[in-house]
Design a protein around this ligand. Sequence first.
Ligand SMILES: [Zn+2]
Length: 340
Amino acid sequence: MRGVVLHDPGDIRVEERADPSIIEPADAVIRVTAACVCGSDLWPYRGVEQADHQPMGHEYVGVVEEIGPDVRTIEVGDFVVGSFVTSDNTCEICRAGYQSHCVRREFVAQTIGTQAERARIPLADGTLVATPGRPHPELVPSLLAASDVLGTGWFAAVAAEVGPGRTVAVVGDGAVGLMGVLAARQLGAERIIAMSRHADRQALAREYGATDIVEERGDAGVARIRELTGGLGAHSVIEAVGTQESTMQAVRATRPGGHVGYVGVNHDVTIPGIDLFFSGVHLHGGPAPVRRFLPELIRLIWDRTIDPGKVFDLTLPLDRAADAYRAMDERRAVKVLLRP
Ligand SMILES: [Zn+2]
């Protein structure tokens, strides 16, 4: 089968990879209907994370072609959405809702690589969720979004304790930040402040429910959030970037007693202890337990209550994966969908 391999930083190739097959009894093999490039794929692409002939991709929807003898809830022919971390969904950590920290987890990005024609998914029962039937083609991008960016933005909103009557600030206007805006609206936030300086992303943020836009960053951005919240800061802040500046912006834009939900993969970010101590805020986040939210997200998409698929502003065939990475790297695209 064909699949995307990162040979070296910046060197994306589509080449022949070994055809996946059932190895463990809980595995399924799927034919990938759609995959995409994630902001976090840019870390190894830019050389920030190590990569040496790494199969790429961890977001996926597809049709089940084979199942192992232990698989119970997924059948051959099902259309499935999967999480970017595999989970048994039965261990104590999973049952508490933290499937991305399952004691048996594997990161799909590190071992599988779903920017490919087919993929082996371990722990199929605990990782995949079948849709009620074959989706209409126009629903496929939204279902694909549920696999990571929507699930991650949703978790960020839940971690930030978004709810009715709350003012939410969203740091980051990439796909996850935009999904955080969508989630905040669904969860009943009263006011949603999107931090963005790009007109096209501002427009999508407004469409997804943002009530205010703040273009300033850093200290000026924090000052603007405080101005908009009677000097107090937001109740809930979603951090969807993962840099030093964005993290401190999130902590400082949150009112005492408020909550930060952080989901931007962060590298070498340091929160000074004294700033944390005097902030009086709650911090929660990390890799999102997407599997916890998948059944609900699939229902909302199936009922056409939400339309997260608009976050894909470019679709390319799998063979043009190198162009997809370039477009994301140069921020010419918010998110690129790849069709095997
Ligand atoms: Zn588990």
